[in-house]
Ligand binder design. Structure first.
Ligand SMILES: [Zn+2]
Length: 166
């Protein structure tokens, strides 16, 4: 039931496996084999199956969960946001301007920042309203982090249309 947390972690670029269909023992086995930190709200799972690396999630709100994960595990701040597909966890490919124009809806010419595409599911990501809302939410919960990312992004997009929020 941590699907939204998984999406936030992916938005920050962390390799995040999420599969609701896995039975607990399989999940623990997979986490151990792949040396992942298992995030769970299930105390019984932690007590009975004893994953090698685990963190109990206590908050209900996905952004509070994210804050707890980032601070408890002392995760390094990413250099960029939205580099990984929120749905399937695959690293995104950056499109060249021609490919990007072909994908963007009409009226979205000259969006700031890169346009990226998931090689697995084909979903595209750019600085549209959804990404802006997620970025604004991240700024509230992890302000120092996102300001770092912002300055990185501004450098990267120097010379293009300004208009990144924040
Ligand atoms: Zn995808």
């Amino acid at each position: 039931m941590l699907g939204r947390l998984a999406r936030w972690l992916r938005a920050l670029g962390y390799d995040t496996s999420y599969d609701e269909s896995l039975a607990d023992p399989v999940l623990v086995q997979q986490a151990n084999a792949q040396q992942r930190v298992l995030l769970t709200r299930d105390r019984h799972l932690l007590r009975d199956l004893r994953p090698e690396r685990a963190l109990e999630i206590r908050h209900d709100d996905p952004l509070q969960q994210l804050h707890a994960v980032v601070t408890t595990l002392a995760l390094a701040a990413p250099t960029d946001l939205f580099t990984r597909c929120l749905l399937c966890n695959a690293p995104l490919q950056e499109l060249d301007p021609e490919q990007a124009q072909a994908l963007l809806p009409a009226g979205m010419l000259g969006v700031p920042g890169p346009v990226r595409r998931c090689p697995q599911c084909g979903r595209s990501y750019w600085e549209g309203s959804h990404v802006r809302r997620m970025r604004a939410a991240l700024e509230r919960v992890l302000p120092a982090w996102v300001s770092n990312v912002e300055s990185g992004t501004i450098t990267q997009t120097k010379g293009r249309t300004p208009g990144l929020p924040g």
